[in-house]
Write a protein that binds this ligand. Structure first.
Ligand code: SF4
Length: 333
């Protein structure tokens, strides 16, 4: 079964204020925001790219503050998606929104319109960090929203950021543990970047903000992913999706950006796993991992394999789907 997502990006739509790190117009202009009547064309364009007939398709309304849109506009967007859901063409509808824009009235509508998953832009569970970032909501808002979403039988996702102004590793780990405690089924981890046109850019230019280094962001994200995976929270993404502008450096001022950030994090997790393991005392070693983990185990640009090659004259990776994704077997070749 192949999973496909149809993203509907509503850049900064219905945001009550601009959070200091955010400028979604750097990624998409206002003219790029699809209107409800454009959705069938957008969906059909995606369907033409789906190759596998055995598939799960989800429509995801991302960016901005979906439940901050007026009720009529929310309905118009969701009516189109619901039609596709009722016709069996898609399997789920996902939205992302702010914790302080979740209440019973909004959830009743979302439930009626077939929304199956809500991702809360939690960002941090530390009150000071939220204040400095001008999020204009509190950790209590996130707790209330999370409980309410679960009570409606809608899948709860909670996104978090690292390296925000006023933040540190301890606070990020606390945020991750709160996300676990609140029963989120999914999460996304986004290291804070200094994006052009944001208040954070000015703060950075005034020397009042020091972003995480790439190495710091990778190491912290690796710890957070471990916390989530140990508690069965599905990590949907680590690191911002690399838009063309980010890759060309047109939108990014500075910060721990890498187009393969998630891959680097997984590589570090496997490096730590290898480093903390005892290997047989042999010349040539075979390592068997789950096929889904092969690339991460070998490491970004084969970094883990090269590290192992300092210990063994020959290193061969093999796969076996019966091996648990967190384990490996090492034996003489
Ligand atoms: S972080 Fe979310 S709520 Fe804040 S400005 Fe960006 S899209 Fe809007």
């Amino acid at each position: 079964m192949r999973f496909y997502k149809i993203p509907v990006f509503l850049a900064n739509e219905a945001c009550p204020n601009m959070c200091i790190f955010c400028n979604q117009y750097a990624i998409a202009s206002q003219e790029d925001i699809p209107r409800p009547e454009q959705l069938p064309g957008l969906f059909d364009k995606h369907f033409h790219t789906f190759k596998k007939p055995e598939r799960i398709v989800e429509v995801a309304f991302f960016g901005g503050n979906f439940t901050g849109l007026n009720i009529e506009k929310q309905k118009k967007y969701l009516e189109v998606a619901l039609k596709y859901l009722n016709e069996g063409l898609i399997n789920g509808i996902r939205i992302s929104t702010r914790p302080d824009y979740v209440d019973e009235e909004r959830l009743t509508l979302l439930k009626e319109m077939g929304v199956s998953a809500i991702e809360l832009g939690t960002q941090s569970m530390d009150e000071t960090v939220l204040k400095i970032c001008k999020r204009n909501h509190t950790p209590e808002d996130s707790i209330k929203a999370a409980e309410l979403i679960k009570s409606y039988g809608i899948e709860l996702g909670m996104q978090m950021m690292t390296g925000l102004p006023g933040d540190n590793d301890e606070k990020s780990i606390f945020t991750a543990k709160e996300i676990v405690r609140l029963g989120a089924k999914t999460t996304r981890i986004y290291p804070c970047l200094v994006v052009k046109g944001t208040e954070l850019e000015t703060i950075y230019n005034n020397g009042k903000y020091k972003p995480q280094s790439l190495d710091e962001a990778i190491k912290l994200s690796a710890k957070l992913v471990s916390i989530f995976e140990d508690n069965n929270v599905n990590v949907l993404r680590v690191g911002l999706h690399p838009s063309e502008g980010f890759i060309r450096g047109e939108e990014l001022v500075t910060g721990p950006f890498h187009p393969a950030f998630g891959e680097l994090v997984r590589s570090v997790m496997w490096y730590q796993r290898f480093k903390n393991s005892t290997f047989p005392d042999v010349e040539e070693i075979c390592i068997t991992v789950n096929p889904k983990c092969l690339n991460a185990a070998i490491g970004h640009s084969a970094c883990n394999k090269n590290w192992l090659k300092k210990k063994f004259s020959k290193v061969v990776f093999k796969t076996d789907k019966n091996v648990s994704p967190k384990e490996f077997y090492a034996y003489p070749c």
